[in-house]
Write a protein that binds this ligand. Structure first.
Ligand SMILES: Cc1cc2nc3c(=O)[nH]c(=O)nc-3n(C[C@H](O)[C@H](O)[C@H](O)COP(=O)(O)OP(=O)(O)OC[C@H]3O[C@@H](n4cnc5c(N)ncnc54)[C@H](O)[C@@H]3O)c2cc1C
Length: 323
């Protein structure tokens, strides 16, 4: 029987969603391949995340040490590499997150296992996995195969796999392990976690977001959309370029380096739908997108889509609301 590893990720005392998404996908693969699912958990003293993880895996291997309370990819890399040498897992899944992006390529070099990053699907055909990755800002999906190896590393895009109800049907053995040999001093120090401030408004609490992207064209055009949002009882949010260009403060930004939002309605105006953006709207109940480009990736995650100029639609909405 083979084995699939999932590396657990937590932040600020909470297991991150990407962990459950990877455990869900790994569980499906393990069922079809008759493999064992092993979660690797690094936690600070007394954090005890294993109870949350154990129903998703057959084994949870726990390393408890204060250095794992926060981000320490260097030490984790050494430990996972020694586990890989002992267990020879078929696939090791790591989140395509800021932590995973730091850990996974270095682990690939160290272990000699080939890696595919930012994957949105994983299939096993024959004796090796194949993955789906996106190219050209999400407009093209490509199927990628690996060079032949004993094992494979895959980083998984957050939001790619949504756990189904009742999928957590395992009961893991929890194995607590000591760090066998000194992994050496990490090359980087975790300094602090800086959250995106709520600022003057907290978009994560808004029920209706009117969100603008680079399609807005000019800073001067924002005011008209702000007025539209106010008329409709919505809150203005945006994609990252709007913040990078200093057109709106950071607390308006939706996405992986901004805020995750859960509105009832998310109206995306001139937003292409890069994964860093759409990862932040996975909790939205209804997504409506307006974009000139019918192939814009935002339409893949939209419940309703309008292929048109956002200013035409905004004016039409204003007219309708006047009546
Ligand atoms: C580490 C990292 C973290 C990131 N974090 C985030 C994040 O948190 N949030 C985030 O948003 N991005 C983030 N990004 C950036 C992300 O990759 C994209 O570059 C960004 O989301 C694109 O923003 P956009 O959709 O507004 O712009 P673009 O990709 O330029 O899209 C503009 C869209 O507007 C459409 N358009 C143009 N004119 C009109 C018009 N008149 N009417 C209608 N449609 C029009 C175009 O067809 C296009 O689809 C991050 C990137 C990195 C590397």
């Amino acid at each position: 029987m083979g084995e699939i590893f999932v590396v657990v990720e937590h932040r600020q005392g909470e297991v991150r969603n990407i962990t459950f998404e990877m455990l869900f996908k790994a569980g499906e693969l393990c069922k079809s391949l008759d493999h064992k699912l092993t979660a690797i958990l690094f936690e600070g003293k007394g954090q005890s995340f294993e109870s949350e993880i154990s129903m998703w895996a057959d084994t949870v291997i726990v390393f408890e040490d204060e250095r794992f309370r926060d981000f320490d990819a260097d030490t984790c890399k050494e430990i996972i590499n020694s586990l890989i040498k002992q267990h020879r897992p078929f696939i090791t899944l790591i989140g395509h997150t800021s932590w995973g992006i730091d850990l996974a390529p270095a682990l690939s070099v160290k272990s000699g296992y080939p890696i595919a990053t930012d994957c949105v699907d994983i299939m096993v055909e024959g004796i090796s996995p194949k993955v789906i990755r996106q190219m050209y800002g999400g407009k093209v999906f490509c199927r990628v195969s690996f060079k032949e190896s004993d094992g494979y590393l895959i980083t998984v895009r957050p939001g790619a796999f949504i756990p189904a109800e009742g999928a957590a049907d395992r009961q893991a053995d929890v194995i607590r392990m000591d760090i066998a040999s000194d992994p050496g001093a990490p090359k980087k120090d975790f300094v602090e976690f800086v959250d995106t401030g709520a600022g003057e408004l907290d978009i994560s609490q808004a029920e209706f977001l009117v969100s603008i992207g680079r399609g807005i064209g000019e800073k001067e055009n924002i005011e008209a959309i702000k007025e539209l949002a106010d008329t409709m009882g919505g809150t203005l949010s945006c994609s990252r370029p709007i913040v990078d260009m200093n057109w709106l403060p950071k607390y308006h930004q939706v996405g992986t380096s901004g805020k995750s939002v859960r509105p009832k309605v998310y109206l995306a105006l001139g937003i292409s739908g890069a994964f860093q953006h759409v990862a932040g709207i996975s909790g939205a109940q209804t997504v409506i997108a307006v974009n000139k480009d019918k192939k814009a990736p935002i339409f893949r995650v939209s419940d309703y889509g309008v292929v048109d100029d956002l200013f035409i639609i905004a004016d039409a909405l204003k007219e309708k609301l006047k009546r």
